[in-house]
Design a protein around this ligand. Structure first.
Ligand code: SAM
Length: 251
């Protein structure tokens, strides 16, 4: 058993986020066709995928590496009566290839970092139609000089940076800035850390005596604890970007 997937794959979301933030980012896209074609990269269990299907009258292609996530997003769409506008793609995002200019929106909540923020935004720009949008949520520093424990926690993710620096990067790539906002603390807890803490409590009994499982649970507990103690230092920010109608000089 993959204990990590068993734990993280059972939660309502596989990362911070909430429906109101998905809606807020979507509503910043004021120049969409009536039925936009959307790519949702690293869809996870698909909470935002379902919200996008509800918000738009368009079609969503939900892409993830894990079969478990594909099953969950399909089930959720069927339950919501929205499955006829959903396509699922089981694929490593590093290998994805789509026709140039094939999407009105490329969306990725808490997952573009698997490609790298900068590299990922460069890659998906090709897939978006001129005048189309890209929306990603990404880890950011909220304050300078984080304590050592926070730096240690984020050490495997060197691209975490300030919102200002992220905005510089998106401009260098040649996107127009449409808007950005920081996720509220509740979007880390309500659909992610609170259910995770409940699941940990259940699994502690079930997985007793399995060293590998114990490590996964300890790491998850530590993740929650770092957030509880240091959430004023970091969060995710949502960035809504637009590919210019005409080439703008960015590569
Ligand atoms: C932090 S979760 C976010 C999931 C979802 N967007 C959400 O906000 O709940 C990241 C997702 O990206 C997927 N993922 C990780 N590496 C990937 C890769 N190389 N290609 C495609 N999906 C990947 C994981 O399986 C997981 O579902």
């Amino acid at each position: 058993m993959d204990y990590f997937i068993e734990l993280y794959g059972s939660l309502p979301r596989a990362g911070p986020g909430d429906d109101a933030s998905t809606r807020r980012a979507f509503e910043m896209m004021t120049a969409l066709p009536s039925a936009p074609i959307i790519l949702d990269i690293g869809c996870g269990p698909g909470r935002q995928t379902i919200e996008l299907l509800r918000l738009s009258r368009g079609r969503v292609t939900a892409l993830d590496l894990l079969p478990r996530m594909m099953e969950r997003v399909r089930e959720a769409a069927e339950q919501a009566g929205l499955a006829d506008r959903l396509e699922t793609v089981l694929m490593d995002m590093n290998d994805m290839e789509f026709e140039p200019s094939s999407f009105d929106i490329v969306w990725s909540e808490g997952a573009i970092y698997f490609l790298g923020f900068e590299k990922g935004l460069r890659k998906v720009k090709e897939y978006v139609k001129p005048g189309g949008y890209v929306a990603v949520s990404e880890a950011v520093w909220l304050r300078p000089d984080p304590p050592r424990e926070v730096l240690d926690f984020w050490k495997d993710y060197p691209e975490i940076d300030t919102v200002e620096r992220k905005l510089e990067i998106v401009e260098q790539i040649g996107y127009e800035r449409v808007g950005h906002f920081t996720l509220p603390a509740s979007s880390w807890t309500e659909l992610y850390y609170d259910p995770m803490a409940e699941r940990i409590a259940q699994l502690e009994g079930e997985w007793k005596g399995i060293p590998e499982a114990k490590d996964v649970l300890a790491e998850a507990r530590n993740e929650i604890s770092v957030f509880q103690r240091f959430s004023s230092w970091f969060s995710y920010a949502f960035f809504v970007l637009r590919k210019p109608e005409e080439p703008s000089g960015g590569e």
